[in-house]
Ligand binder design. Structure first.
Ligand code: P6P
Length: 346
């Protein structure tokens, strides 16, 4: 049998091949298919822009204290509806909802419940929507603990290493689904004519070294000392201790920044700063940092809080925030070294 060209392998075929190889079971495979189908619906809504009447604020706020965009609310509803009747979930949790929802709250008993917990940020970076910059959906899949019949918030509090699958869909010039089930990180591009996600990169690899960093520099004066020192040395370039010049990119849409790093390398950072330190950071552990860290590690990169491997952070809350450093392994190691050396000096 000839080896299929990457572009002839659909997401469905890829997942069936992984199931045949024993790396995923049917329920998890079908769950990922449901999420991918919901992302296609979100992509259509996002793509309509001003013509779809879905831009602008919804006039509501979420538990994060953020004004919700109409597309935040719509994307959340699309994911809830798609997963309500699928039969693969015990419950789901969203950035846009204060608490998780057991599937029985969403679907009448006629549909079977499953063994998985789905967590998602339905539309990350939505503040960029109104200026037509790429945004995305981030998702994470966990197992519901044995014997739990009504999944509650505490059942989601599992470390990132417990993830069964993780991925994001980026709504950019093309709509791409990037997925890991623990056997590498793979990119699928939506073929709008066929309506299928087609495998376009099997086995994304992040270069270990980089000359590109991503951080919101406007927060520099609020950073901790090790972050100030680390970025100061990046900015010193070839005249400084790093001995090479660096470039900077900051889209302010995590999915877009992480996709660039998975594609060509780099380091993404949202460190602690005095504005967000009281909350533990800006980005959320369970449905932003953990899924992105799983994808990055599976692509040969590294992900840390600056002081601890991200995937080993013991969760304490559904909307817990953490500082984030992820990307090219050697560059993340360098940033962590600045933090460790600072802490060792006391
Ligand atoms: P800032 C978007 O709101 C988000 O959660 C991430 O997607 C993004 O990386 C970050 O916040 C941007 O934060 O402070 O630069 O606007």
């Amino acid at each position: 049998m000839s080896t299929p060209s990457p572009h002839s392998v659909s997401l469905t075929r890829y997942l069936i091949e992984e199931q045949r190889a024993g790396r995923i079971n049917a329920d998890a495979r079908l769950l990922i298919e449901v999420v991918a189908r919901a992302c296609k619906t979100i992509s259509i809504a996002v793509g309509k822009g001003a013509l779809g009447g879905v831009l602008g604020d919804a006039g509501t706020g979420n538990i994060q204290g953020e004004a919700q965009k109409k597309l935040d609310v719509l994307s959340n509803e699309i994911l809830l509806e798609a997963n309500a009747w699928g039969g693969h979930l015990a419950g789901l949790a969203s950035e846009e909802m204060d608490h998780s929802q057991p599937i029985s709250d969403l679907a009448p008993d006629v549909y079977p419940r499953g063994n998985y917990l789905l967590l998602f940020d339905p539309l990350d970076g939505s503040s960029n929507i109104d200026v037509n910059i790429s945004v995305g959906t981030i998702f994470s899949v966990l197992r519901c603990p044995e014997g739990v019949t009504q999944a509650q918030d505490e059942h989601y509090l599992q470390p990132g290493t417990a993830q069964v699958a993780a991925g994001y869909c980026t709504y950019g010039p093309s709509t791409m689904l990037v997925l890991t089930i623990g056997n590498g990180t793979h990119a699928f591009t939506l073929d709008r004519e066929v309506g299928s996600f087609m495998l376009t990169t099997r086995g994304m690899r992040i270069p270990e070294e980089t000359r590109e960093f991503a951080v919101n520099m406007s927060n520099q004066r609020f950073w901790e000392a090790p972050m100030q020192a680390y970025v100061g040395d990046l900015l010193a370039g070839s005249e400084g201790p790093r001995g090479k010049d660096f470039n900077m990119r900051w889209v302010a849409s995590m999915v877009a920044d992480v996709h660039r790093i998975l594609t060509r390398g780099g380091i993404f950072s949202y460190p602690l700063d005095s504005k967000c330190a009281a909350k533990g950071g800006k980005l959320r552990l369970m449905y932003e940092a953990n899924p992105m860290s799983f994808l990055v590690e599976q692509a040969g990169g590294a992900a840390s809080t600056g002081r601890q491997r991200m995937l080993e952070v013991p969760p304490t809350g559904l909307h817990q925030r953490v500082p984030v450093f992820l990307g090219s392994r050697h560059e993340v190691d360098a940033a962590v070294r600045y933090h460790h050396e600072h802490d060792a000096r006391g």
